[in-house]
Design a binder for this molecule. Structure first.
Ligand SMILES: Cc1cc2nc3c(=O)[nH]c(=O)nc-3n(C[C@H](O)[C@H](O)[C@H](O)COP(=O)(O)OP(=O)(O)OC[C@H]3O[C@@H](n4cnc5c(N)ncnc54)[C@H](O)[C@@H]3O)c2cc1C
Length: 460
């Protein structure tokens, strides 16, 4: 655990004028807008919100916060905000969205993204030159936060976690100094950036490998949820033999009548499969043929530009109040499908927006060649329960998600994927050895516990 830090008098007013004036204190006209994360479920009132535009402004803000007795919580988009709830009262929320520099090196097949860059920007820029990044399911997710947390992309079963693609990280440490961590210098910090989730500095830039992917065979199949048992059973069997080139996601989706969802699905209860297969159309079609044989009502599969893959999964783009929690499970036998459909399918009474099963395995089940704090995931599926507040309050949504995830307890892994498991104990995010090393690196980089990190608690 970090050493207790000295507590001088808290005075956020000392930060006024920093970051080119983009510091907002409680009562300021822009404070409420400035503190708002993407996930509107979180309603935090930090001591100040700062929007530095470059690493020097980050450094000055970090130093001033420490001198004022405040902690620092780095944040890009706020997609990962829930674990910070209740922890920002004595903190400066340091938002990085003004730091948007992005360079793509075509010959080297790498990208350099400043802290505020979103995956959609990388997808667009890299796509123009025939490259792809291991982006998240929603283009609005931040590159830095998702990479620090692991990063399960549509290319994950073939190419592993996004964090393993990181080649260099630039940081401002707790004392305001700058570090560039590479394979040759400050290697501990590079190791920690590869899936260690944060808590050791403010990342100002990240460099990572891109992939030479121009197109992929991708699409969605959908059925009425009355077919959930039949479809999920067949899909579970299909995933066991699927090549690493394909990554798929199945969902039981209670589609609300809202504008961000496709009109033909609105107000329906569906079971869906999204998949991305690397390679040509003929191979892709052969791979998904057994799923098509289940006679879906909707079939959008086609060979598409890699940039379209970023929009395959229908996630809300605009800031949304959403609850999510997950478990990793080993296998999906008939009993597990039964338990899942009973708790989330027809007649279950579940109010969840969707329950999603992400297919893992492949490269995600093997240690990554570039060692990092997180280099594989212990489970063959990530099962995620997601709910909106449908007027029943968050406790009802949380209870529905708990019931679904608990129903899979017999197949659950001890590990958790913390980027999508906001209620799991921190220790479960890493192997015991990696967890201990991460804590040592955090203590060395941030001896007084200046940074508020989502997963810095001890847990069981
Ligand atoms: C709609 C949606 C879709 C998603 N899809 C996927 C997916 O396909 N695959 C997947 O693996 N995950 C996915 N996630 C989870 C996502 O990866 C995490 O929520 C991630 O933390 C988001 O990163 P962010 O930077 O956008 O969020 P933020 O909330 O801004 O950041 C999360 C945390 O990262 C750290 N951090 C961010 N920026 C910095 C910085 N500059 N320096 C130091 N620390 C920093 C902080 O600890 C911060 O609290 C999804 C989440 C949502 C809501």
């Amino acid at each position: 655990m970090p050493l207790p830090r000295p507590l001088p008098a808290v005075d956020a007013a000392a930060l006024r004028g920093l970051a080119g004036g983009a510091v907002h204190l409680p009562g300021d006209p822009l404070y409420d807008e400035a503190r708002m994360p993407w996930n509107l479920q979180v309603d935090e009132h930090p001591a100040a919100v700062a929007y530095p535009a470059d690493p020097h402004e980050v450094s000055r803000t970090v130093r001033a916060a420490a001198e004022a007795g405040l902690r620092v919580a780095p944040q890009g988009t706020g997609h990962g905000a829930p674990p910070l709830a209740g922890r920002l009262g004595d903190a400066v929320l340091l938002r990085t969205s003004a730091m948007t520099g992005l360079r793509v090196d075509v010959a080297g097949r790498t990208a350099r993204a400043d802290a505020g860059v979103l995956w959609g920007d990388v997808v667009t820029r890299a796509g123009r030159v025939g490259l792809a990044g291991m982006h998240m399911s929603s283009p609005g997710v931040g590159v830095v936060g998702s990479s620090l947390g692991g990063g399960v992309s549509w290319y994950a079963r073939r190419h592993g976690l996004q964090c393993s693609a990181i080649t260099a990280v630039e940081l401002v440490l707790a004392d305001g100094t700058f570090v560039r961590a590479t394979e040759d210098h400050d290697t501990d910090l590079l190791w920690a950036a590869r899936g260690g989730s944060g808590g050791f500095g403010v990342v100002t830039s990240l460099e990572f490998d891109l992939l030479p992917i121009r197109t992929a065979y991708a699409g969605m199949l959908a059925w009425d949820w009355q077919h959930a048992r039949r479809v999920l059973t067949a899909w579970g069997g299909w995933t066991a033999d699927a090549p690493d080139e394909v990554t798929s996601v199945a969902r039981i989706f209670q589609v609300p009548d809202v504008g961000w969802l496709p009109a033909r699905l609105r107000d329906r209860k569906m079971v869906m499969i999204d998949a991305v297969a690397l390679g040509d159309a003929e191979t892709g079609a052969r791979t998904v043929a057994p799923l098509r044989a289940l006679r879906p009502e909707v079939d959008t599969f086609a060979q598409v530009p890699a940039s379209d893959v970023a929009h395959l999964q229908i996630d809300p783009q605009e800031p949304t109040a959403v609850y999510a929690n997950s478990v990793l499970v080993h296998g999906l036998p008939a009993d597990a499908v039964e338990a899942l459909v009973a708790s989330a399918g027809p007649g279950s009474g579940s109010n969840l927006l969707f329950v999603e099963l992400r297919q893992l395995g492949g490269a995600l089940a093997r240690p990554a060649p570039r060692a990092g704090a997180m280099d594989q995931l212990d489970g063959s599926f990530l099962v995620l329960g997601v709910g909106l507040d449908v007027g029943t309050g968050w406790s009802a949504v949380r209870e529905d998600a708990r019931r679904v995830l608990d129903s899979l307890a017999p197949w659950a892994s001890r590990a958790s994927y913390l980027s999508m498991a906001y209620e799991a104990a921190a220790r479960r995010g890493w192997s015991p050895a990696a967890y201990d090393r991460l804590q040592r690196i955090r203590r060395a980089a941030d001896p007084h516990g200046l940074f508020v990190a989502p997963q810095s608690g001890a847990g069981d």
